[in-house]
Design a protein around this ligand. Sequence first.
Ligand SMILES: [Zn+2]
Ligand SMILES: [Zn+2]
Length: 322
Amino acid sequence: MEVSPPHKRRKHNKDVKFTTHFAQLSLTTRAHYQTLFEESRICFTEKNYKELFLRLLPKLRKICIHFKLYKFENDLVPLQFEQQDVSTNLKLESILTRRVLQEKVDCSICLSTPSHALITRCTHIFCRNCIRKWFACARNKGLCPYCRGLLTIDDMFSETRPDTKLEILMKLLRQDTSTNSKSVIFTRYDDALCYFHVHLHHAGFNCLIYTTKKLKYCENSIQKFENSDGPVVLLVDFETARRKQILINAECRVFLLDACRKSIEEELVARVTQPVSVSRLISENTIEDKILSLDETFTETDTLDFYDDQVLRYLLDEDSTI
Ligand SMILES: [Zn+2]
Ligand SMILES: [Zn+2]
């Protein structure tokens, strides 16, 4: 690792290709997203910046990276039954979509926005986990928790789960099968670093982390990365990377996990001496699209960040909800 002179902004090689890969929010993630987005708009109108910057915006941005960073829920417990895919039943699919996104219906068991929504043929909506727990109790088996109607496996339909950023990232990482392939992943959130680290590690990737925040992973992870001759992934906290002006001396692919302004993207990519390609992962129709377009909308201001009213108004504009 080298450290470039302070205050000198490195420019990345203009030839490197940037590609955007779009992830979709699932139905229930979208419902959570909309609630947060509306709360953020209210906070902005009321000039409650503390709440907006410290709580809502980070939550909004994290939910775009992965819903697990917003609400931790253990869904690794296998279900006792396989539900049908709701996309095979158009009528139930439209009811589920309307009731979750527009009517903001709650799960009738836990009384909150359903996660991994499931709809029964009697059109009652629950979290997948809530119904699993309900059925775990013998006397409830085969009965709808809401209307007590009879339910079989054929009567329960789960929402279709689109690919998350994690799945897209894994696919992209696997595409490069060369034996010494190196990839750097940038994100601003420590919990995203940890979450992705755990899951990539479980999926068999050789992973290293670089951050100086809560975790005590330090600079030698960059040296290990540079010296490694097998396929390796380095997860980097980008605030630390920017602040410490790190330089990663390696030929590698770069992945940007959360949306940032293009000027910041370029600065991040310049932290790598030989970037082969840059892939940004963006959740479609969210605040992430808008963040990405900030530089085209607000050209003159280099220091401009989210703390500007104009920028906030643009980011929290109504039409970015759907
Ligand atoms: Zn529930
Ligand atoms: Zn029912």
